[in-house]
Design a protein around this ligand. Structure first.
Ligand SMILES: O=C(O)c1cccc(C(=O)CC[C@H]2O[C@@H](n3cnc4c(=O)[nH]cnc43)[C@H](O)[C@@H]2O)c1
Length: 215
């Protein structure tokens, strides 16, 4: 039996995933920390132990307005390191793919992502398939939100760990997914508007459908 690693950044996310999917012995829900570097290092440590068939970056996230509302869930069809590249002299941005020394995009299995999103939606939680951005700095202004939306029109959400988990998974030949429940809008920072409880409840419900969908 291959195990499924669910990598989350904090204890509250781990508890939500365990409430949803904890009854399935295949699921190994681990706190791999906040940020892409820590998530990559800890995911790699875990995968090095062997026996995993899938790695999932899961947690709460910012949702792009009009793409993913608070309380909804986004399942990634691509995981993109949004700020991995070079700034140009005129303030533009060149993704690392155009610089010729790497890629900022890791694809996920779109059919699996669609199956998961459909199952979540049929459990009564709004769910969408889209690109999930990984950022080192959570977006805090309308200007940055607009830049990201223009640069990545397929982006539905942003988190801070997905690209790290997916990079580690790729190094071990393990497929990766990302599942994010939206706690706040990507835009001007207003911590008082974050709906963490709502997002964790959505994460729990989304996790509850994983055992039947990830067979
Ligand atoms: O304070 C709490 O109770 C609490 C419970 C669960 C999670 C948290 C976090 O702060 C998790 C941080 C984690 O969330 C992701 N995140 C959420 N919103 C955004 C965003 O707008 N932009 C980028 N990342 C976001 C991210 O993956 C963080 O690591 C607190």
């Amino acid at each position: 039996m291959k195990r499924i690693l669910i990598a989350v950044s904090v204890e509250a996310e781990r508890e939500a995933v365990l409430r949803g999917a904890g009854r399935d012995p295949r699921f190994d829900v681990r706190i791999t920390g906040a940020g892409s570097a820590l998530a990559a290092a800890r995911t790699a440590q875990l995968l090095a132990g062997g026996g995993y068939g899938l790695a999932v970056s899961a947690g709460i996230a910012g949702g792009f307005p009009g793409k993913a509302a608070i309380g909804s869930v986004v399942v990634a069809d691509a995981i993109v390191a949004a700020d991995f590249g070079a700034e140009t002299a005129d303030g533009g941005f060149l993704p690392v793919d155009e610089l010729g020394f790497g890629s900022a995009r890791i694809g996920a299995d779109r059919q699996v992502a669609e199956r998961i999103a459909a199952a979540i939606a049929s459990a009564g939680i709004a769910a969408a398939v889209g690109t999930v951005l990984t950022v080192a700095t959570a977006t805090g202004t309308a200007e940055t939100a607009a830049k990201l939306a223009a640069r990545y029109p397929e982006a539905a959400a942003e988190g801070m760990e997905g690209f790290g988990v997916a990079t580690a998974a790729a190094a071990f030949g393990v497929p990766a997914l990302e599942l994010r429940a939206v706690s706040n809008a990507v835009g001007p920072r207003d911590r008082s508007a974050w709906r963490i409880g709502e997002a964790l409840a959505a994460l729990e419900k989304a996790s509850a459908i994983l055992p039947e969908v990830l067979t």
